[in-house]
Design a protein around this ligand. Structure first.
Ligand code: GLY
Ligand code: MN
Ligand code: MN
Length: 452
């Protein structure tokens, strides 16, 4: 399925769900770094890309009865001097299946259109100085979520492409790691792979020896033996589809004893969770399954004491596994999170107030066509584990003396991307070293066996 075929299909499916309703979607605008001539790299709104395909700023598309009208001003001579003449009308129609292209001055003629409840809609209209009669539309948001949850053949192909480039980037990062290198140098090796593929990142990369800081985007440290890199790093295809992968590897090429012990526990939680990914499974149950496997492992190692089910119910595992098991993946790395929990949570379901579970981003029944990440982790976060007040409710089940011995582990997360299929699932990020032995071999340069 080509991109233009997919765009036509998506527009007609939207029209079937919402007949007789004109919809306006906005690509968004460029943001100045400090003055307008020097902007941040532009990336269009994912909803816009899903139906209109063109990653270009300042655009509006009108979807009506399956037709797509693009509002666009072809560059005038001064623009052409600085930016070139861009795509012709014929090229735009061929590539993105636009049925008609109108100058943006005609946007004010649009009557009775709705849009998604996003700030960018109002903002873009304001910038253009033309405000059609526009309302926010909950039914539209629900219809968009319904369609974007079920990845069509074109989207699946894109997700595989992003996954392949991401796997190569992680392999390159492993191979480039050595004592005395900086985190930046490891990241540079990973970036090199993405640039070779002509792909940007799908989110700001994490490449750090301090993986216990969950969103750690700094890369200044020089690596020494005993450090372990946590790399959470994903590619985005030119059409905007994301991968999201995490691996951890030892700088010396050999995990320490404590690192090995915890790595095995996290890996087992990930493997059990991956096995459970299939149609009609509840993602929340898979999260709790991973929490239980992790808890059993921590009991075996002596960090926790008690019955696994009781500990999971009380949230004791969340002292170490503080976040949810995963999230939707698609055009956004956390797909459609701009709509709050509308995409992540099925109707009538809500976030738990319990620490740990409150960070679960997905509570839906899995269906073929959905893509999710599976990413259990273990983190030694001193703000939690050194605080007697935090540990107090768990005094009977946490062994402070034992957990102190695992401080050096810092952060371990193992993350892969899965497409739910009729038969079960497809790993979108196959072939990446995952077991302790595979990872050690990839760092030291020995030939690695691959996992599918
Ligand atoms: N890279 C963000 C996440 O794993 O959810
Ligand atoms: Mn993720
Ligand atoms: Mn990630």
């Amino acid at each position: 399925m080509t991109i233009s075929q997919a765009l036509r299909l998506r527009r007609s499916l939207l029209a079937e769900r919402l007949p007789n309703r004109p919809v306006l979607l906005f690509s968004g605008r460029e943001r100045a770094r400090n003055y307008p001539g020097n902007s941040y790299p532009f990336r269009a709104s994912s909803h816009f890309l899903y139906f209109a395909g063109w990653n270009h700023p300042g655009l509006t598309v009108l979807l009506e009865g399956g037709r797509a009208v693009l509002f666009y001003d072809f560059p005038e001579s001064e623009d052409v001097v600085w930016h070139g003449s861009g795509l012709s009308e014929q090229e735009l129609k061929a590539r993105f299946a636009f049925d008609e292209i109108r100058p943006s001055s005609r946007l004010s003629e649009v009557q009775g259109a709705t849009s998604l409840p996003l700030a960018e809609a109002a903002e873009q209209l304001e910038v253009m100085g033309r405000v059609p009669d526009l309302t926010e539309d909950r039914e539209l948001a629900e219809a968009v979520v319904f369609l974007r949850l079920d990845h069509d053949a074109c989207a699946q192909q894109q997700l595989r492409q992003a996954g392949r480039a991401t796997v190569q980037a992680h392999r390159a990062g492993m191979a480039a790691t050595r004592r005395g290198a900086t985190e930046w140098q490891v990241r540079a090796a990973m970036d090199f792979e993405l640039i070779q593929h002509g792909m940007p990142h799908s989110y700001q990369p994490i490449v750090t020896r301090d993986g216990q800081v969950l969103h750690n985007n700094a890369h200044e440290n020089t690596l020494i033996d005993g450090d372990m890199i946590l790399a959470d790093f994903g590619a985005e295809t030119l059409e905007g589809w994301a991968a999201d992968v995490t691996r951890c590897w030892p700088v010396s090429g050999r995990f320490s004893q404590r690192q090995r012990e915890i790595y095995q526990v996290v890996l087992k939680a990930q493997q059990e969770a991956i096995k459970a990914v299939k149609p009609w499974a509840e993602f929340r149950h898979i999260h709790l399954l991973a929490a239980r496997v992790l808890t059993e492992g921590l009991i075996d190692l002596g960090l926790l004491v008690g019955k696994p089910d009781d500990l999971v119910e009380r949230g004791a595992h969340a002292l170490f596994f503080v976040h949810g098991l995963g999230h939707l993946l698609g055009l956004d790395v956390h797909d459609m999170e701009d709509l709050g929990d509308l995409a992540g949570y099925a109707e009538g379901r809500h976030r738990s107030p319990q620490f740990g579970l409150c960070y679960l981003r997905l509570d839906r029944t899995l269906k073929p066509g959905m893509a999710v990440t599976i990413e259990p982790g273990f983190y030694w976060i001193d703000r939690l584990l050194d605080d007697p007040e935090v540990l107090k409710p768990f005094a009977d089940c946490v062994r402070p003396d034992v957990i102190q011995a695992y401080r050096e582990v810092k952060g371990i997360r193992i993350e892969d991307d899965l497409l739910v299929t009729e038969q079960g699932h497809e790993n979108l990020t196959p072939g990446l070293p995952t077991t302790l032995e595979e990872v050690e071999r990839a760092v030291t340069g020995a030939v690695t066996a691959s996992r599918s």
